[in-house]
Write a protein that binds this ligand. Structure first.
Ligand code: BGC
Length: 760
């Protein structure tokens, strides 16, 4: 392909890279079944549409929070939580609201979810004239986190650090099952925003900084959520969010302005969503922020031209929380709420997460009657909503019975969360083989995150902010608890980080100190920070222990890589735990004491300085240093880094053929051998770099990875295929192109080159 190639042809080809044929679930037979089911649903939607009034339709486009139908006032509900029948009737029967969301304050048990869903659906199907069931949506972002005793997995940043797509698909399956086991068929997950700015408070909700890794992970999670059909009792509709450009703000703070040039948008921010669309994602949530001066909720160029025309998305587009009203109250692009509704619906919004102001359907109806919103736009939106409701099987099975879900919270499901927590742990430093520790040592455990289950789970865990311990599942060990169980309480000294004098005294009595630092839970705006450096109290704690001479092991439980370069040299070993979920305590203890060989790899770059926050796929000039050397890129640890207790030798890098054409891919093979004295897993990472290009090329880009198991002494040959789409980039005309030339291959420290020649 050359620069004149039409990008519409190139994009799908490029994305075969992230949507590998081998993993494509559609067999011919399956697509025939899906095809006839689709026609049947289209017929049902058409039939139902012909019977609906304008009131029914604008009601369908309205999503309200459960607060609005609960006893008490919104945001201050009475406890224990109960639905208010009068409010419910007003919302469902009078306003004909099509969707309810969220949770009133904190997680419920499944009996309570059953009562809620039954009451809501009975009202919709038996008392509302249209009889259309309600679509309930929730943020089950690392397991069914708003249902008591559900399994809680690592947050997305940790899922990505496993580099294990099969495991992430399995997480999706269990999350879907446990969410449906709570009667809820729609999950506002996954986040497909790229985590390229470590300051951003939602970094831990992302799959990290790399477009290829994040695309693969997103695809796997969606496959797990949705399977081949979302109609069954085990599956939910996924919601890719937040479209588009949410994670890359100028200030690094939540819901502030982003300026993203078209080329960067296409190359870095579109592909995760495009891959998800190819994987069949049913719904999308829109970015709350503004991009290039325009709030995305009222930008038809993003919501129509890009999302629908370029990317081919056919599903339902829902707003984020209150974002239509914010067009007036925050963004100041609309005169008032009604004007904001006009802008958003005309731009392409199908459903508004209002979520507490019941005037939305009334104002939208007025706008249609006044000719300010075309009926065709309303019909298009409602058809998408009804299609989803039919696809989910809500008309046939609006209710659920929690007794039908015997696998909820099962041992097997917990084991998957445990495995994911283990595989996410990333050993960043291990001087002189300090780890693993022997189990007969006297250990000091201290630090803010050492004895807290909320610190291991982060936000969106039983409550939105995730900070209230009392709603968490009993008996889940913290890091301290897990260490005590492993080596015996008598071998553990615990000291609170608040009393440095006592910590120092305890450190002198211990053989080794495990200092757990990082962040306590937060979600969204409340996680904004003015300084990426880890707060001083954490650094002082490390210094206090280190001064005693007792070896320090740092465990980082944190949602983003907080800078701690002052403390880092004082530690003999550093383990990045991210937000590993309910089984995270056990996983950390297993790794520290050698019952598990770590194999996680960083899904982000770990910065050393707050003024050097570049991702790994930066440009060559970013490396140019003030001393005129090329040593200007110097993070604490690079993307993809992670140590093991064994050693792996890479050899025999081979390319066949050494010339790439549009007709034939190159096969790249490499032999990896476990040369150490423990069995282990290794993530083999393939990077490609363009030597010369018309747009300055990044130093390298991840273009393949495979996670393999190697017994002591075992060797495996790992094979990758590279084709022309793998070397494509967004060119001068903002279209995907390829250019002939020489390309570098890098796997671990082995390097080679190939040449790309076009047909002509
Ligand atoms: C968040 C979304 C979330 C929604 C519903 C918003 O504040 O930005 O990610 O899905 O709330 O809870």
């Amino acid at each position: 392909m050359n620069q004149s190639t039409n990008w519409i042809l190139v994009i799908p080809l490029f994305l075969l890279l992230v949507f590998s044929v081998e993993n494509c679930t559609d067999s011919n037979a399956q697509s025939n079944i899906n095809g006839s089911a689709e026609i049947d649903i289209q017929r049902k939607v058409k039939d139902l549409m012909s019977k609906l009034t304008l009131e029914d339709k604008v009601g369908e486009m309205t999503q309200l929070s459960i607060d609005v139908i609960s006893k008490g006032s919104p945001f201050n509900l009475s406890e224990p939580h109960t639905l208010d029948t009068e409010k419910l009737k007003k919302v469902i029967v009078d306003l004909r609201v099509g969707s309810i969301m969220n949770v009133g304050g904190h997680a419920y048990d499944r009996e309570h979810w059953e009562q809620i869903i039954t009451k809501v659906q009975k009202m919709a199907m038996e008392e509302k004239e249209s009889g259309i069931p309600v679509l309930y949506g929730i943020d089950a972002i690392h397991g069914a986190n708003y249902t008591h005793s559900s399994v809680l997995f690592p947050q997305q940043i940790g899922m990505a650090a496993t580099w294990n797509t099969d495991l992430v698909r399995k997480i999706g399956e269990i999350t879907a099952y446990e969410t449906r086991a709570s009667g809820i068929p729609w999950n506002f997950s996954p986040i497909l925003d790229l985590g390229r700015d470590p300051r951003w408070p939602r970094l831990w909700e992302t799959f990290g900084e790399d477009v290829y890794l994040a695309s693969q992970m997103g695809k796997s999670l969606i496959e797990g959520y949705q399977g081949d059909s979302i109609s069954g009792k085990r599956k939910v509709a996924a919601c890719m969010k937040h479209f588009l450009g949410y994670s890359c703000t100028v200030s690094g703070k939540d819901r502030t302005q982003a300026w993203i040039p078209e080329r960067q948008l296409q190359e870095y921010f579109v592909p995760t969503f495009q891959t998800a669309i190819y994987a069949g994602a049913k719904t999308v949530m829109i970015n709350s922020g503004e991009m290039n001066g325009i709030p995305v909720h009222c930008n038809p160029k993003i919501l129509k031209d890009l999302l629908r025309d370029q990317m081919g998305f056919k599903g339902l587009a829902v707003t984020d929380w209150e974002d239509v009203a914010y067009l007036a109250s925050r963004h100041k692009v609309a005169k008032n709420n009604k004007d904001a509704i006009r802008l958003a619906i005309n731009a392409g919004i199908d459903m508004a997460m209002v979520p507490v102001d019941t005037r939305f359907p009334i104002l939208l109806k007025e706008l249609v009657e006044e000719g300010l919103v075309p009926l065709s736009r309303i019909n298009e939106a409602v058809e998408r909503i009804l299609t989803l409701k039919f696809e989910l099987g809500l008309f046939e099975n609006p209710y659920f019975n929690y007794d039908d879900y015997e696998e909820f919270g099962s041992f097997e499901n917990i084991e998957i969360a445990y495995q994911a927590a283990l595989e996410s742990q990333t050993l960043l430093k291990n001087d002189n083989k300090t780890l693993p520790l022997s189990k007969n040592k006297k250990v000091l455990v201290t630090g803010l995150t050492s004895n807290s289950i909320t610190a291991l789970n982060g936000g969106w865990s039983r409550t939105w902010q995730g900070a209230e311990e009392k709603y968490h599942t009993d008996g889940k060990p913290t890091i301290l608890g897990a260490i005590e169980s492993k080596i015996g309480k008598e071998n553990v000294i615990y000291e609170s980080e608040k009393d440095l004098r006592r910590v120092k005294a305890a450190a002198t009595k211990a053989d080794v100190a495990i200092v757990c630092i990082g962040e306590m839970p937060y979600a969204e705006k409340s996680g904004d920070i003015d300084d990426l450096d880890l707060t001083k109290n954490h650094i002082d704690l490390v210094k206090t222990v280190a001064i005693t001479g007792t070896p320090v092991i740092i465990v980082l439980a944190e949602g983003r890589p907080r800078i701690f370069r002052e403390a880092e040299p004082l530690a003999k070993a550093v383990l990045m735990s991210y937000l590993p979920g309910n089984e995270g305590g056990r996983a950390v203890a297993d790794i520290l004491f050698g019952d598990y060989n770590p194999n996680g790899k960083l899904s982000i770059t770990y910065p050393r300085y707050s003024n050097s926050l570049l991702p790994y796929d930066h440009k060559h000039t970013d490396r140019f240093n003030r001393d005129y050397s090329w040593k200007g890129y110097n993070p604490q640890w690079g993307f993809g880094h992670g140590l093991s207790y064994t050693t792996f030798k890479y050899s025999d890098l081979k390319l066949n053929p050494e010339i790439l054409t549009d007709l034939e891919p190159i096969t790249i093979s490499i032999v990896v051998t476990n040369t150490g004295n423990r069995d282990g897993k290794e993530v083999v990472q393939l990077y490609v770099s363009d030597k010369v290009a018309s747009i300055t090329p990044p130093v390298k880009r991840l273009r393949g990875f495979k996670k393999i198991d190697l017994k002591i002494g075992e060797s495996k040959t790992v094979v990758f295929n590279i084709d022309a789409d793998d070397i494509a980039f967004v060119g001068i005309e903002n279209q995907w192109i390829t250019e002939p030339g020489v390309f570098g291959i890098q796997i671990k420290d082995l390097r080679s080159n190939f040449e790309y020649k076009t047909k002509n």
